[in-house]
Design a protein around this ligand. Sequence first.
Ligand code: DC
Length: 203
Amino acid sequence: MAFTIAIDGPAAAGKGTVSKAVAAHFGFAHLDTGLLYRAVGAKMLAGVDPVAAAQGLMAEDLEGEGLRSPDVAQAASKVAAIGAVRAALVDFQRAFARRAGGAVLDGRDIGTVICPGAEAKLFVTASAEVRAERRYLELVNKGHETSREAVLADVKERDARDMERAEAPLKPAADAVVIDTSEMSIEEAVAEAIKAIDARLGE
Ligand code: DC
C-alpha cells in the first residue's frame, strides 16, 4: 500500500520531530527533504555549482552533522530558490513518496508541489519567536556559539526567502490541516498530527 503523508512548515516549527514520531507510529519510511537542499547548499559552499550538485546528489551526501549548521541552512535556503535545483530533486522525492508501505515527507512544498495528491497533509507552524528560541537551545546544546538575537534574525531571513521565492514558495496546501505548535509540547503536537492522519486513514 502506498500512503503519503506530507508535512510542511517553516524552519524550527517542530516538523522534523513530528515527522519522525508520525513515521514511527504508522511504521512508514521518513524523508527529511530539507536534507536534500542542505546537501546541495553544503556543496555550493564548497565551490560546486548548485545545479550540478543537485543533479549528481548521492545518498552519502545526506549524511553528516555538518549539514545541520546555520551556515548550511542559509545556503540551503538560497539554493532552494533556484528552479533547476528544485527540478533536479523532484523525481527522487516522488519515488520515495509512493514506495510501498507508506511514506512521510517533510519540507516546504510537499503538499503543494511534490505530492499534491498526498493522502494526508499537515502544515506545522509556530511563531517566529518560539521557533527561534527552540532553535537557539538546540544549537547551544550542540555546542554552537550564537545569541538569541542572531538566531531570530536568521529564522526571519530564511522564512522571508522561503515564502517569497517564485518557485514552490512555502505555504499551506488548501487541504492541509494546520497545527500551530507555539503553545504545545512535543507530545501534544505529535498527538494532534496522529489524530489528523487517523481521520484521513479512516476515510
Ligand atoms: O527544513 P530545513 O530547515 O532543513 O530546510 C533547509 C532549507 O531548504 C529551507 O530554508 C528551505 C529549503 N527547503 C525547501 O525549499 N523545500 C523543501 N521541501 C525542504 C527544504
